[in-house]
Design a protein around this ligand. Structure first.
Ligand SMILES: *Cc1c(COP(=O)(O)O)cnc(C)c1O
Length: 403
C-alpha cells in the first residue's frame, strides 16, 4: 500500500538532527503551529500517539459512562468502536447514506435515543460534512465528535474540518493525509480543557522501529524494489511498527501514549509545506476524476473543492466477490497502487464485530463491497507517466465492467 502521502525523504532525513532539541520543545511547537493553522486556542490542541487515543480522550471529556450509547458509523475502522467499552457505554452502529460516504441525517435522527451521548461523525476519504442545526437542536444531550482521521485540513464552507462540532480526532498514521508514522490529534470543543496528563512515552526501540517502517514506506512509494528490500530487512531485524493484533482481533482498547518525538517533528515539517501539497493533490484528484468519468458506470462522489482527499474513492456498479484480488489485478495492470478501503463495515475484514450483525447496515455493506481507491500522494506526478498509467487502468476497468 502506497503511504507517506505528504512526506518527503528529505523531510524524514533532516528530522533526525532536529530531534536533538527534545520532545517537549517539539510537541509545544507543533501544538502552536496546529493552533495557528486551525485558528483555535492552543489549549484546544492535544497530541497523542494515535487517532484512537485522541478519540478515547474525547469520550472522557464528554463524560461518557455506563448506560450511555455511542453511535458509530457502519463504515469505519475497528479501532474507533474499540475505545467505547472501557467507558462502560455501548456501541451502536448507524448506517451511512444510500450511495454516500457519510451519514444520512434523517437516519441518524431516527437512530438517536435518550441514552445516546456521543455520535461519531465520519468524513470518509476526507469529504467534510456538517450536522444540520435542526438535528443538533433536537438532540441537545448528544455530542457530535468528528472522526477526521481521513480529512486533515479539509474545509467545508470556509471552516476547517474538526473545528465546528463538539471535538474532533485526527490521525497521523502512515497512510493518512499527513504522516508521523503514528500519531494523533484531538481538537477539543471551544472552551473545553483536559488536565495536562503526563502520558507514557513510546519506548526508544519503538521510536527506531517507527523510523525504519517509515523509511521503507517512503522508498516503496518511489522505488518499489528498494521499498520491498528495506521492508524485508526491517522485518528481519524486528524493526516494523504496527498496531496490536489484540486490538484488531479482540477489540481491545488502546493504551494511550504521548506523541512520539519523530512524529511531532515530521508533522510540523509537513505543515510548513501544506499549501503546495494540497495544490498538488488537488490537481492529481482532478485528473483522476476526469479520467474515471469516461467510464460512467463507475460511481464518484461530489465534494467541495477544499477537500484534502486521503485517497480518491470510486465504486463499481456491482459487488465484487474478492475486492482485494481485483485491486491487485488493477494495480498490476496500471502501475498505480489501487486500495480497498474500507473492505468491510468494520475495517479490516475479520476484525472484532462489537455486536454488528450482517445486514444491519446495508448501505455500508454495499459500499464496502464496491469501493476502491486511488493513491493521493505527492510522489505521484501529474505528468505523461500518469497519463499512461490511467489509460491502462481505464482499459483494465473497462474489461472488468464487460466481464
Ligand atoms: C486510521 C483511522 C482511525 C484511527 O487512527 P489511528 O491513528 O490509527 O488510531 C480512525 N478512524 C478512521 C476512519 C481511520 O481511517
Amino acid at each position: 500500500m502506497l503511504t507517506g502521502n505528504s512526506l518527503t525523504l528529505t523531510q524524514l532525513f533532516t528530522a533526525l538532527p532536529a530531534m536533538l532539541l527534545g520532545r517537549r520543545r517539539h510537541r509545544a511547537a507543533l501544538r502552536l503551529a496546529l493552533a495557528s493553522l486551525f485558528g483555535v486556542a492552543v489549549e484546544r490542541i492535544r497530541l497523542f500517539d494515535s487517532g484512537r487515543a485522541a478519540f478515547a480522550a474525547l469520550l472522557k471529556l464528554h463524560d461518557v459512562q455506563a448506560g450511555d450509547d455511542v453511535l458509530v458509523p457502519a463504515f469505519t475502522c475497528v479501532v474507533v468502536p474499540n475505545q467505547v467499552p472501557p467507558s462502560g457505554a455501548r456501541v451502536r452502529f448507524v448506517d451511512i447514506a444510500a450511495g454516500g460516504l457519510n451519514l444520512d441525517w434523517l437516519a441518524l435522527d431516527a437512530a438517536i435515543r435518550p441514552a445516546t451521548r456521543v455520535v461519531v461523525v465520519p468524513h470518509n476519504f476526507g469529504v467534510a460534512c456538517e450536522v444540520p442545526t435542526w438535528l443538533r437542536e433536537k438532540h441537545r444531550q448528544v455530542r457530535f465528535v468528528d472522526d477526521a482521521a481521513h480529512g486533515f485540513a479539509s474545509q467545508l464552507d470556509g471552516q476547517w474540518l474538526g473545528t465546528y462540532h463538539d471535538g474532533a480526532f485526527f490521525s497521523f498514521e502512515y497512510s493518512k493525509n499527513l504522516t508521523g508514522g503514528i500519531g494523533g490529534l484531538a481538537i477539543l470543543p471551544a472552551g473545553a480543557s483536559l488536565p495536562d496528563a503526563d502520558l507514557p512515552e513510546l519506548r526508544c526501540a519503538d521510536e527506531w522501529r517507527l523510523l525504519a517502517t517509515l523509511l521503507s514506506h517512503l522508498l516503496a512509494a518511489r522505488w518499489p524494489l528498494a521499498g520491498r528490500i528495506s521492508m524485508a530487512l526491517a522485518r528481519r531485524v524486528g524493526l516494523v511498527y504496527r498496531s496490536g493484533d489484540d486490538e484488531v482481533l479482540f477489540g481491545e482498547p488502546h493504551p494511550t501514549r504521548a506523541m512520539p518525538l519523530l512524529s511531532s517533528v515530521l508533522v510540523r515539517r509537513q505543515l510548513a509545506s501544506l499549501p503546495t501539497v494540497l495544490a498538488h493533490k488537488q490537481a492529481l484528484v482532478a485528473r483522476y476524476r476526469s479520467a474515471l468519468a469516461t467510464l460512467p458506470a463507475l460511481r464518484q462522489w461530489p465534494a467541495d473543492g477544499e477537500t484534502h482527499w486521503v485517497r480518491y474513492p470510486f465504486a463499481l456498479p456491482h459487488p465484487v466477490a474478492d475486492k482485494a484480488a481485483l485491486a491487485r489485478r488493477l494495480s498490476a495492470a496500471s502501475g498505480l497502487n489501487i486500495g480497498v478501503w474500507f473492505d468491510d463495515v468494520i475495517h479490516p475484514a475479520g476484525s472484532f464485530r462489537h455486536g454488528y450483525r450482517a445486514g444491519q447496515a446495508p448501505h455500508g455493506e454495499a459500499l464496502a463491497a464496491t469501493v476502491l481507491n486511488l493513491p493521493v500522494n505527492i510522489a505521484i506526478g501529474v505528468d505523461a507517466a500518469l497519463e499512461r498509467k490511467l489509460a491502462r487502468l481505464l482499459a483494465a476497468l473497462q474489461a472488468e465492467l464487460d466481464a
